[in-house]
Design a protein around this ligand. Sequence first.
Ligand SMILES: CC(=O)N[C@H]1[C@@H](OP(=O)(O)OP(=O)(O)OC[C@H]2O[C@@H](n3ccc(=O)[nH]c3=O)[C@H](O)[C@@H]2O)O[C@H](CO)[C@@H](O)[C@@H]1O
Ligand SMILES: C=C(OP(=O)(O)O)C(=O)O
Length: 437
Amino acid sequence: MTTTEKLWEIEPSGPLRGDVTVRGAKNAVSKHMVAAMLGDGPSVIRNAPDVGEAGLTAAMLEHIGMRVERDDSEITVVPGPVANAGVAKAFTGLNRIPILMLGPLLHLAGEAFVPLVGGDPIGRRPVDFHVDALRAFGAEVDIAEDGIHARAKELRGTRIDLPYPSVGATETVLLTAVRAKGRTVIRNAATEPEIVELALFLQRMGAGISFSPERRIVVEGVERLHGAQTRLGGDRIEAFSYLVAGLVTGGEVRVHGCPQDRLVTPITTLARMGAEFQITDDWIMASAPNGLRSAAVQTDTHPGFATDWQTPLMVLFTQASGMSVLHETVYENRLAYVPALQSMGAEIEVYDTCLGGPACRYHDTGAAHSAVVRGVSKLRGGDVTMPDIRAGFSAVLAGAAAEGPSTLRGVHHIERGYHRPVEQFQKLGLNLRSREV
Ligand SMILES: CC(=O)N[C@H]1[C@@H](OP(=O)(O)OP(=O)(O)OC[C@H]2O[C@@H](n3ccc(=O)[nH]c3=O)[C@H](O)[C@@H]2O)O[C@H](CO)[C@@H](O)[C@@H]1O
Ligand SMILES: C=C(OP(=O)(O)O)C(=O)O
């Protein structure tokens, strides 16, 4: 049997310029599809991105017994009787969405199985907060070698104190609490825009959710939820990444479709480095006619500088004059892509200490989670295997800013979460060719 591999070949073509429109986020679309399982009628999700992740989630839902219709930017989920109270083992390790299905499946079927979740290898990524939360709702949860089995006759509202404001665990609690009996209070909840977006959708479906100060969310469980319609907000990770694509090549990209309020922190970060912005209600444009200077940035939970913005920023640091510092505090292994950038000429050193901010959870763990970058470096094209989705995008940026051609492997990582990236980069003038070998 012959297997084919998809490669991207890049011939740097000078400054990237032009317009890009982003759609809803990979980190939002599947979660809305999971929420739609709980409705007693169809739900419609508009402005959905064309990403591999949504296709995987559709296949999981169809196996469970839901009907999913996809039409360019619109996804309709039609809930049906549960045919299988679980996610098929064929989905083992493909992404992290199955863990979010446990609560909804328990409501719909009283039992659930999800295979071991994957997602990108950017840290240990345990699911203990999810499991502890489900147990607090009254579910019996067994962790087996092949995945997680759960059952519950009834789920009761509870109080959950998250040890860290995890996005995924907050979503598990929301998706379980909305139909649990009584009140649930989540303390130390995540407040990322994708959490608010999911909560708004659930509220449209009839859920009783309120936000309180200091990361506290209160949910009054209801007996039934109905279908709802929504339009996803623009992907803040893609929007930032394309702004950087312009800056890192000395060009100017105008990003449509992502509201400014999702990008407050990184716009200011880039402006401190010397980027100049034009911002309207419809688009955001960045350029750096006078060059870029170094910065010290620490990733954090919202409203801090998100971990997903870190990889494009690292490439930009290589093109900013002076020494920049990056401290990754969300995932302990998110700098694993640095050797690929080093092989392309980037001058980056990684450290296991906490640089550029106070000590984080990874202080004293030995995890290499800080980096010092010397700019400006002359990048050269390389042959790079992309290890994960965000690192993958940074490899494209490095290839676009480099001298000489690059070959990128592991393209499926990018295709899992970026909306039609080849088309988008080609529109900006990048000579990028996708080829099967
Ligand atoms: C807070 C944060 O920035 N979350 C990011 C995280 O969301 P994602 O939902 O993937 O990850 P979490 O927010 O759940 O994880 C945050 C931290 O909590 C830890 N953890 C989480 C769950 C658990 O049961 N036990 C546990 O220890 C994780 O290992 C990690 O160190 O990655 C996504 C993809 O890159 C980003 O879009 C999110 O913005
Ligand atoms: C790591 C990511 O995705 P996942 O959590 O699905 O692995 C990401 O979106 O950056």
